[in-house]
Ligand binder design. Structure first.
Ligand code: DX5
Ligand code: ZN
Length: 219
């Protein structure tokens, strides 16, 4: 089965955002990964519904929104309106995760849930019916260009088996340091959606994006 690629435009050139989104889509990326940071849940700021609305004007590529923000319930409808296809808040920010997942689906979007490297996956067992995608963070979120945390590989396999045991299909996204050394292990463990950031895609020359994306898709 083919993998799904989602370039993280956090690592694009913001002075040429439309151009970089178009290049990623032309190279065959299925999604555009939108990293939203509030300077509170993570020690950095990035992206917003405004940026997404501008991207939606020039691109029809589906946007997957990674919400690295506290109190995500207050912002989910704004991201839905701005053109999100998948909305993925962090488990660590949710007091009532099932309520939030239902809210996302009620807006006609796919419901994702992201989990930090040191967060236990056990609560996911109680939400399998409400989740379309699990984003297993392979670095602590907040910055591009970090090293993979090795225990993340085993966690991917555990999430995959937790959902199979529940008889549920789910997309497993990996986010952080996805590159030629790490991605094969992530995929072997059960990941099927790869976030391509500074390490896997954007350090290449744009003319090599197609070759790079083909390489990862066919892992
Ligand atoms: C991490 C972000 C990622 C990051 C991944 O906080 O959510 O999307 O940009 O890209 P890398 O690790 O390859 O730079
Ligand atoms: Zn991300």
């Amino acid at each position: 089965t083919m993998l799904i690629l989602s370039p993280s435009i956090l690592s694009a050139d913001f002075a040429n955002l439309g151009r970089d989104v178009a290049r990623a889509a032309a190279a065959g990326a299925e999604y555009i990964h939108i990293d939203v940071m509030d300077g509170h849940f993570v020690p950095n700021y990035a992206l917003s519904p405004c940026t997404m609305r501008d991207i939606a004007k020039v691109s029809s590529t589906a946007m997957d929104v990674h919400l690295m923000v506290d109190n995500p319930d207050s912002y989910i409808s704004a991201f839905a309106d701005a053109g999100a296809s998948i909305i993925t808040p962090h488990l660590e920010t949710l007091t009532h995760p099932i309520r939030t997942l239902k809210l996302i689906r009620s807006l006609g979007k796919k419901a994702g849930i992201a989990i930090n490297p040191a967060t236990d996956i056990a609560p996911l067992a109680y939400m399998t019916d409400f989740v379309d995608l699990v984003c297993v963070m392979t670095v602590d979120p907040g910055f591009a260009g970090q090293q993979m945390i090795p225990s993340a590989i085993d966690k991917i396999a555990k999430v995959r088996s937790l959902f199979s045991q529940a008889g549920r299909k789910v997309d497993i996204m990996v986010d952080g340091h996805v590159e030629t050394e790490t991605a094969p292990k992530m995929v072997a463990a059960g990941a099927n959606v790869l976030v391509m950031g500074s390490s896997g895609l954007f350090h290449h020359e744009p003319r090599d994006y197609k070759r790079t994306i083909d390489f990862f898709k066919n892992l």
